[in-house]
Design a protein around this ligand. Structure first.
Ligand SMILES: Cc1cc2nc3c(=O)[nH]c(=O)nc-3n(C[C@H](O)[C@H](O)[C@H](O)COP(=O)(O)OP(=O)(O)OC[C@H]3O[C@@H](n4cnc5c(N)ncnc54)[C@H](O)[C@@H]3O)c2cc1C
Length: 455
């Protein structure tokens, strides 16, 4: 590394590692600064289900699935009711297939296209994932690739506290706080803020996303909004701060993810009065606030053996049931008994579900997709709503450059993932599965290319 410091400082060893690896491939010297010694298990990339969209990927072509970046953008705009930033959605859709192919070809990440069920809002099967469907495996792979790359150094634990600019507003270096409390200044011309959003910042959450403030936060403890605070101090614009990904399927007992595959394969949510309360297939993110508004803000996911077996493909689900969070029952009456829900309500709901699945009645909530009739034995997992991550942040352009309110970039400052504004529009309902990681990995990839182009 030269006396002038690294060509690029990547702050945050989650999706940011993609920027480090791409920048190194493009010939840059990179320093990764990471605040947490436990990032490999504690950050959001590690906690994720590792679903990465790739519109028009070779896996889709091989499976005979026709898709395109424009098709993906159309899905994003439909799910966000036209409120997402279309320019950014297109940039991310365009990079999505090259990104998953690069992960596979350049980094040798073993990816598969997930075709066994559809996530709400995606008109095509386009989520690619690793074996076990858990982000820890993806992150481990990125960390190993970084360790093998001589052009990348890592500084851990070290927390970014400031970014310095010269009189023209161009980056000249970053300040980090070391574990012993000492400060270090690292000269550089480019910095990528990849520190995630503000989900762990209680004050920001109650200010920007009050509807989910009472839910359990299930994300990185280091997502304290540092990029937002530092970026705004530098004069950056911010947007979509009310956007977040919630989840209505966190096991109360195991505090692990039950997963929405349960619902998409035919499972249902019951509240503590034993009643369904909406069309579960609209999306797990918006369902979190619905669940939070039910009595005691809790409920149950009810599935059967067939769904249970299908969901074992997810390590998260496996861990949840291995921890004993699933209660089994041989009958509807037994289901009421093991869950403690009112028997009459449970019997009524199960009978109604049978008629919807057989198409002899219509679901009053408008749900049309019931893969099959739920049949005993039933399994039920007690669930609480959760906030996974926030989706608003610093305004960026198609190259992940951080912009000021006048639309001009702050020279040398980039943002990705939860640190940047996302493509989920406002609130929770615009979130499409995979768009958290797409923003994290995709903007990181684009930032690395932009940084390499400007050296
Ligand atoms: C349970 C769960 C499941 C999910 N599943 C999916 C999924 O399947 N698909 C999908 O697209 N999205 C999913 N998401 C969302 C996805 O995980 C995030 O959108 C994405 O991982 C964010 O990546 P990131 O790089 O912005 O943040 P992170 O991966 O959290 O990385 C940020 C890093 O920055 C570090 N850091 C923070 N502040 C500082 C600082 N000041 N200085 C230095 N370092 C700092 C943190 O310690 C952390 O390691 C899921 C989220 C959760 C919680």
């Amino acid at each position: 590394m030269s006396e002038d410091g690294p060509d690029l400082v990547v702050v945050g060893a989650g999706g940011g590692l993609v920027a480090a690896l791409r920048a190194a491939e493009r010939g840059l010297d990179v320093l990764v600064v990471e605040a947490s010694e436990h990032f490999k298990r504690g950050n959001n990339t590690a906690m994720s289900t590792a679903m990465i969209p790739g519109a028009g990927s070779r896996w889709q072509r091989e499976a005979g699935i026709e898709d395109s970046p424009q098709q993906f953008v159309d899905d994003v705009m439909r799910k966000t009711k036209g409120t997402a930033d279309q320019r950014l959605a297109l940039a991310l859709s365009n990079v999505s297939a090259p990104l998953v192919e690069w992960l596979s070809d350049h980094l040798r990440v073993r990816l598969d296209l997930m075709t066994d069920f559809s996530y709400p809002g995606h008109s095509r099967s386009r989520c690619h994932t690793v074996e076990g469907r858990q982000g820890g495996a993806l992150l481990d792979h990125l960390v190993r690739s970084v360790a093998d790359e001589p052009k990348i150094d890592m500084l851990i634990p070290a927390r970014l506290t400031d970014v310095s600019v010269d009189e023209d507003g161009a980056v000249i270096g970053v300040s980090v706080t070391m574990q012993d409390g000492s400060m270090e200044f690292i000269p550089t011309r480019a910095v990528l803020l990849a520190t995630n959003g503000y989900g762990a910042n209680v004050e920001f959450v109650s200010d920007y996303v009050p509807e989910i403030a009472s839910a359990r936060y299930h994300g990185s403890e280091y997502s304290t909004g540092d990029a937002l605070i530092i970026g705004v101090r530098l004069g950056a614009d911010s947007a979509f701060l009310d956007a977040y990904q919630g989840h209505a399927a966190l096991s109360k007992k195991a505090t692990t993810l039950v997963g929405w595959a349960t619902v998409m394969h035919g499972g249902v949510n019951l509240d503590l009065e034993g009643r369904r309360f909406g069309d579960e297939t609209t999306g797990y993110s918006e369902y979190a606030a619905l669940l939070a508004a039910r009595p005691q803000s809790e409920g149950w996911i009810v599935i059967d053996r067939h769904i249970y077996d299908k969901c074992l493909a997810f390590n998260d689900f496996r861990q949840t049931v291995d921890s004993g969070a699933a209660a089994w029952a041989d009958s509807a009456e037994g289901l009421a008994r093991v869950t403690g829900l009112p028997e009459s309500a449970v019997l009524e709901e199960l009978a109604a579900l049978e008629s919807y699945a057989r198409r002899s009645a219509t679901d009053p909530y408008g749900r049309t997709s019931f893969e099959h009739e739920l049949v005993a034995p039933y399994a039920a997992v007690r669930i609480v709503p959760a906030l996974f991550h926030t989706q608003g942040g610093l305004v960026v352009d198609q190259s992940a450059r951080v912009l000021k309110p006048n639309g001009q970039p702050i020279d040398g400052v980039y943002a990705s993932g939860g640190a940047a504004m996302g493509i989920s529009g406002h609130g929770a309902a615009g979130y499409l599965a995979g768009n958290g990681l797409l923003s994290a990995l995709g903007l990181a990839y684009l930032a690395a290319d932009a940084a390499a182009d400007s050296v």
